[in-house]
Design a protein around this ligand. Structure first.
Ligand code: FES
Ligand SMILES: [Fe+2]
Length: 403
């Protein structure tokens, strides 16, 4: 992975403008086959989960989802019971949602909630919002017991560009608070270290240009979809289908087959030209606009997609449950909290269009359809051409990681 400075995202808009004007050639033809077993095989699924999902920093939300002390997100998306919460000092921490007494689940519901403390329903051991054990009823019955040894098991957690990143390390996590850079007795590395800079490979500079940290959480939909997680990534790495599959929704906003992509470390940034690219041919470079002339989608390796629509942003995280079952968590972020009923209504309708009309009825529809088709034996492999070249890069990165 490289962290050397890279060209700003506007360079991709310039490429699209030059291609539109005929000054640059389009995508090179290619033909890559990805074996069907990569989407259906149980052993392959388990290797991906272990090597890609349990060893990499992953996005689990935007910090504006949980702005106040006690605000929490409860989720089992990684096959682990986890809770990310904001403590009284405003810091975020992620913990196993598991009591240190006899292992009962502490918070039962999943999703966003607000807590004052965590009280185990079994014997009422009580934990603070920072994961520390605060009270053991009838404590004398345990003899000499040190509360500080029995805080909730913490996972590394960091906020960057407003996004909350965690790293799951089952079996390696240790009790107590995990803050970035904090050393812990007996730990081989500082507790909060997740190698985020190396993982991002400069992606944070791009997300800064889109001012992602200034955005506000608006709505979320978490659903389980009946397909392999990589079929969803494939669908978002494909400029080929935009005017075809999306012809009844957003397809009319885009010229056909005009997209470009490049890599930032293991991540892929893709830009699809919008119709406004026709004006860009006459623009000085400084007048090109990241959201007006193109729609950017960042494939954050391995499992997230950040899409910068003209006036809002979608953050999608994928969590595989089995070879053909995936959690699809979509959050919509808006540039400011809606200031009027009209603005609220505008964003509500935008969420409905993108979440249901585009993602569910079109992108997820074809991903689930392709998964069903794999069971038929009609294809031994899926074929990717030059307009799907960024999906080819994504599969090559996975092969490298699993090798
Ligand atoms: S298992 Fe939680 S208090 Fe006993
Ligand atoms: Fe799509």
């Amino acid at each position: 992975m490289s962290t050397k400075p890279h060209a700003p995202p506007l360079s991709l808009v310039q490429t699209l403008a030059d291609r539109f004007a005929g000054k640059l050639p389009g995508n090179e033809p290619c033909g890559l086959g990805v074996p069907v077993e990569h989407y259906t095989d149980q052993q392959r699924f388990e290797a991906e989960r272990k090597r890609l999902f349990l060893r990499r920093p992953l996005i689990i939300g935007h910090e504006s989802q949980i702005p106040a002390p006690g605000d929490s997100i409860v989720y089992d998306w990684l096959g682990l019971p986890l809770i990310t919460m904001r403590d009284k000092s405003g810091k975020l921490g992620t913990f196993m949602n598991v009591c240190r007494h006899r292992g009962m689940r502490l918070v039962q519901e999943q999703g966003q909630t607000c807590l004052r403390s965590l009280v185990c329903p079994y014997h009422q051991w009580t934990y603070g919002l920072d994961g520390s054990l605060r009270n053991i009823p009838r404590r004398e019955s345990f003899g000499e017991i040190d509360l500080s040894d029995r805080g909730l098991v913490a996972l590394p957690t960091e906020v960057r560009n407003g996004l909350i990143w965690i790293k799951a390390r089952p079996g390696e996590a240790r009790p107590g608070k995990a803050r970035p850079g904090e050393a812990r007795p007996g730990a081989a590395e500082p507790a909060g270290t997740m190698g985020l800079d190396q993982h991002l490979a400069g992606l944070d500079a791009d997300l800064d240009e889109f001012a992602l940290a200034d955005y506000h959480f608006f709505r979320q939909n978490v659903r389980t979809v009946a397909c392999n997680w990589k079929l969803i990534q494939d669908a978002f790495l494909d400029g080929y289908h935009v005017t075809r599959l999306h012809k009844d929704t957003v397809g009319a906003f885009f010229p056909d087959a005009l997209s470009t992509s490049d890599r930032l470390g293991d991540h892929i940034r893709s830009a699809v030209a919008r119709n406004e690219i026709a004006e860009a041919a006459d623009c000085a470079g400084s007048e090109l606009d990241l959201r007006h002339h193109a729609t950017f989608a960042y494939t954050v390796f391995p499992n997230a997609i950040i899409i910068f629509h003209p006036d809002y942003t979608s953050v999608i995280s994928l969590f595989p449950l089995s070879p053909d079952q995936t959690i699809f968590a979509h959050s919509m972020l808006v540039p400011r909290p809606p200031a009027s009923a009209g603005e609220q209504d505008h964003f509500e309708r935008s969420f409905e269009l993108i979440d249901q009309g585009v993602f569910q009825a079109e992108d997820i529809f074809v991903s689930e359809g392709a998964q069903r088709g794999m069971r038929s034996g009609a294809n031994r492999e899926l074929l990717f051409g030059g307009l799907e070249e960024s999906a080819v890069q994504f599969h090559q990165t996975i092969e490298r990681e699993l090798a």
